[in-house]
Design a protein around this ligand. Structure first.
Ligand code: ATP
Length: 369
């Protein structure tokens, strides 16, 4: 196992497309790092440069002690797991898993031992003699994982390995990947565009946009202290509410003013971000997580933490209920437990149907906003 380091890594494709710019990442030995970002942000390109499947235009990639820029993929001692699984249809599960070892002329008895060990880890023992076409999507994904595991590589590189699975299986395999990675302790770089996957799997999550790293941090830190608006809007589902306003008041009593109402900035927020004072009388964007807003009739909020909103949509999603409001012209989403929403839903709906009355909401700013 090994540390994986990207230092000032950049990629320009032969047609002139710049896919990655000055990427610095240090993935510790045994760490699970997730690269996440919207389609086209360069995360696959970054992973492929580590794997040796793409030339590195600028900077350096190190695996362990070795600079690998000029080392061919097969000699980098990493195992890649693709979303397409890339299984050989004519080979059994056993031979698919052991394929890389046979190529390397590993003795048959050792291959058998390693394959059976991986199969046990992955719950594939009963399927070793089947062909891939006779397996479910989740089982095929496990075979692809098995092939990576038996190689005992310095690092696992995974490119959207769950994206071909249905939602339920994805959640199940996600947990399995987390468990296997923890058990084996192999340094892992995992690419996904799914922020939930990123947040649940990563020891740390690296967010990319247009080829540029925006922030790399443990999931909770990313959620509580996004480095910029992009990360704030990208991480979290439903997404953080971002409301345009103006910072008014005095240095010690700051308020965010929307067109005809305002919210007091709590002391914790100011304490966490004292530089906010320099934005006095300037336009700002207030970020409020949906779960940080509650119905004012059901929750107490400090003075100055009330917004009057007009409800226009309630979405029940089983355990959670999303309520959409308009604050001035902007849409706000709040999230509540089912119990709270039972009262609130009717209340809100009545008011929505009744027209532009407006339901008072308590907006609890927490320091993370
Ligand atoms: P996705 O989630 O859609 O796979 P991504 O974040 O992994 O996206 P990349 O596949 O790394 O993004 O692509 C980054 C940028 O590089 C995109 O603008 C893409 O169009 C471009 N790109 C990718 N491969 C090539 C190539 N072979 N030649 C030219 N441009 C490319």
């Amino acid at each position: 196992m090994a540390e994986v380091v990207l230092a000032g890594v950049g990629k320009v494709y032969p047609d002139g497309t710049r896919a990655v710019t000055d990427l610095d990442l240090r993935i510790a030995d045994g760490e699970f790092l997730v690269l996440v970002g919207p389609s086209g942000c360069g995360k696959t390109t970054a992973l492929r440069m580590v794997a040796g499947l793409e030339d590195i235009s600028e900077g350096e990639v190190r695996i362990g002690e070795r600079v690998v820029n000029r080392v061919p993929a097969r000699d980098r001692d990493v195992a890649m797991v693709f979303q397409s699984y890339a299984l050989y249809p004519h080979l059994s599960v056993r031979d698919n898993i052991g394929f890389g070892l046979s190529l390397r002329k590993v003795p048959k008895s050792q291959i058998r031992e390693k394959v059976e060990h991986a199969a046990r880890l992955l719950g594939l023992t009963d399927h070793l003699d089947r062909k891939p076409r006779n397996l479910s999507g989740g089982q095929r994904q496990r075979v692809a994982m098995g092939r990576a595991i038996v190689r005992e590589p310095q690092a696992f590189l995974m490119d959207e390995p769950l994206s071909n699975l249905d939602a339920k299986l994805r959640v199940q395999m996600r947990a399995e990947i987390a468990r296997i990675q923890r058990d084996l302790g192999v340094t892992t770089v995992y690419v996904t565009h799914d922020q939930t996957e990123a947040m649940t799997l990563g020891d740390r999550v690296a967010v990319m946009k247009k080829g540029v790293l925006q922030q790399v941090a443990p999931p909770q830190e990313l959620y509580d202290r996004p480095a910029n608006l992009f990360v704030a809007g990208f991480i979290g589902s439903p997404a953080m509410n971002l409301l345009q306003g103006t910072l008014t008041g005095t240095e010690d009593d700051l308020r965010v003013r929307f067109t005809d109402q305002s919210l007091t900035l709590p002391r914790e927020v100011l304490a966490a971000r004292p530089a906010l004072r320099s934005y006095l009388d300037r336009p700002v964007i207030a970020g409020i997580r949906p779960e940080d807003m509650e119905d004012a009739e059901l929750a107490d909020g400090p003075e100055g933490a009330r917004l009057t909103c007009t409800a226009d949509l309630v979405e029940a999603m089983g355990s959670d209920v999303l309520v959409h409001f308009a604050v001035n012209a902007e849409q706000v989403v709040t999230e509540d437990t089912r119990e709270l929403a039972r009262d609130m839903g009717t209340d809100v709906l009545d008011k929505a149907e009744a027209g532009p009355g407006g339901t008072p909401m308590v907006a609890r700013f927490s320091p993370r906003t």
